[in-house]
Design a protein around this ligand. Structure first.
Ligand SMILES: O=P(O)(O)OC[C@H]1O[C@H](OP(=O)(O)OP(=O)(O)O)[C@H](O)[C@@H]1O
Ligand SMILES: NC(=O)CC[C@H](N)C(=O)O
Length: 500
């Protein structure tokens, strides 16, 4: 396989995009007569985590059913006809933003396989840092991969496990993978939720009418009136099973060597919905505190604080409260355009920013404006917005960013481009970055200011409380797929070009 790939550089070049991508959302429910509908609603609440594709797999006591489509949850799963095709009292689903493997139907999750022990569906948020290494090994051993997604290797590992039960096989497979995962699996009787040993990606256990639920974020529980039970812990595998008498048992396993929890800071900065509680911390409150700390660290004389919506809004509220400068919606966001940060190409991203924001001239004209955003990655948003605010008559434009500068790529799912495309790496100094963006001043929140906002204390350099590799270069896991990889080597391997 590898050598064939090397013989077809034009095909693989095509597949090897310049960016890493993020995110995905997972949801599953066991033992509920409305399983598929509840899953569709849960996925709708998680739509911000992935907009490329959505899928649901259900089990009706006899057969599994699968509906997987490119596009938004609402595009497909609001149709009663579609929901009728996924019957049963257990269901799980996924919203995808690709990190490994193209945006094509065969990569859309949940992925399903027929094994010796029966059918199994899996859905994954995160990215494996040894996925390609495992995939190559499996293919050399005769595995036939149906997708180009990193997640598929888990199915092959389950199939090859010598353990008897499906949950033991799943645990066996997880033991071989490295990187970030919040993963759910569904068999004829079980719904299983697991988090990687560092707990990089979030996963919660909830409950509705006594039936267990797994979801990426608490906002997916809220939408269906379900109760939050607890977070799935880092390195934990929770197995929920329907017994012969219809009762449901829940067992917890900690099969992996213990590691310190290091939730991804970017969940708090950007990804998670502000009304979610991630690892016991309100995302909204954390974002607001980021703004408060930013106002303390980087004050500026100005007339109005304007958020870059939506991501920058809670931090801007915090900045305004701490600085005493009035908060105004000086930029209006068109809600019919997706998140620019997670669209697949630079061209579409730039286009998206223009479609998405417009200046509210009445609140800007003649004023000294502090623009607050959650992050600067490539700088696409900032450049366009500063220009737009100036054109609307602002006398000064100061940018305040509620997270530190991003210098390093992410391998756990975040859509950071190659390091040289990150704005912080393109310019040697803050002044140069500021000049490029066209602002009067530019300041970022410090790493300690961010830690304090999220976790209440400064970064412990000996044992960081979160993963912050994009700011610091401190990666919490092995990066096996990168070892010895040349810069131009493709990140994924596929010889089949598929339409749509
Ligand atoms: O420097 P850049 O490469 O432009 O990326 C950073 C921008 O991307 C995100 O906004 P996005 O438009 O994705 O989402 P939002 O509407 O949820 O804030 C983020 O909030 C920043 O504004
Ligand atoms: N963003 C994600 O979590 C993606 C999951 C998986 N790596 C995929 O590409 O399908």
């Amino acid at each position: 396989m590898e050598s064939s790939v090397n013989r077809h550089p034009s095909i693989v070049d095509d597949l090897d995009g310049d960016t890493l991508h993020e995110e995905c959302g997972v949801f599953g429910i066991l033992g509920h007569p409305e399983a598929a509908t509840l899953t569709a609603l849960g996925l709708h609440a998680l739509q911000h985590r992935g907009q490329e594709a959505a899928g649901i797999v259900s089990f009706d006591g006899r057969q599994f059913h699968s509906e997987r489509q490119l596009g938004l949850v609402g595009d497909h799963f609001t149709d009663p006809g579609t929901l009728k095709r996924i019957p049963g009292n257990m269901a799980m689903g996924h919203v995808r933003y690709s990190t490994t493997g193209e945006t094509i139907l065969r990569n859309v999750q949940p992925l399903f396989a027929e094994l010796e022990v029966g059918g199994i569906a899996i859905a994954h948020n995160g990215n494996l840092t040894n996925g390609l290494t495992l995939r190559r090994r499996l293919i050399a051993q005769g595995a036939i991969c149906q997708s180009t997604s990193d997640t598929e290797v888990v199915l092959h590992l389950i199939a090859r496990s010598q353990r008897t039960s499906s949950s033991d096989r799943f645990i066996d497979a997880l033991g071989a993978i490295e990187g970030a995962y919040a993963m759910i699996a569904m068999t004829r009787t079980k719904l299983i939720g697991a988090r990687d040993p560092n707990g990089i990606r979030p996963l919660v256990l909830g409950e509705l009418d006594g039936k267990p639920i797994f979801a990426s974020e608490t906002c997916a529980l809220d939408i269906i009136g379900a109760k939050f039970v607890r977070d799935v812990e880092n390195g934990e595998v929770v197995v929920c099973e329907i017994q012969a008498d219809g009762s449901i048992t829940i067992e917890s396993f900690k099969p992996f060597p213990k590691r310190r929890e290091r939730v991804c800071l970017f969940e708090y900065v950007y990804f998670a919905r502000p009304d979610s509680v991630v690892a016991g911390r309100s995302v909204y409150s954390a974002r607001k505190r980021m703004g408060i700390n930013l106002a303390k660290e980087a004050p500026v004389e100005a007339d109005v604080v304007v958020p870059v919506p939506d991501g920058g809004t809670p931090a801007a509220i915090g900045y305004a409260q701490a600085s005493g400068i009035p908060f105004e919606l000086g930029i209006i966001r068109n809600h019919y355009v997706g998140r620019t940060f997670i669209e697949p190409t630079q061209q579409i991203r730039a286009f998206g920013v223009k479609l998405k924001h417009s200046a509210n001239r009445a609140e800007i004209e003649g004023k000294r404006v502090v623009l607050v955003d959650d992050s600067i990655v490539r700088g696409t948003t900032s450049v366009k917005i500063v220009q737009m605010i100036r054109e609307a008559g602002a006398s000064e434009v100061h940018i305040r960013v509620a997270s530190p500068m991003i210098f390093h790529s992410d391998y756990y799912g975040i859509d950071t481009p190659d390091p040289e495309k990150l704005l912080a790496n393109q310019y040697g100094s803050l002044e140069d970055m500021c000049r490029f963006i066209g602002a009067d001043s530019l300041q970022f929140l410090s790493i300690d200011g961010l830690y304090e906002a999220v976790g209440g204390e400064k970064r412990n350099p000996l044992a960081p409380q979160f993963t912050d590799h994009y700011f610091t270069g401190d990666y919490p896991t092995q990066l096996t797929d990168l070892n010895g990889r040349s810069k131009n080597e493709p990140k994924q391997i596929s010889l089949l070009k598929e339409a749509g």
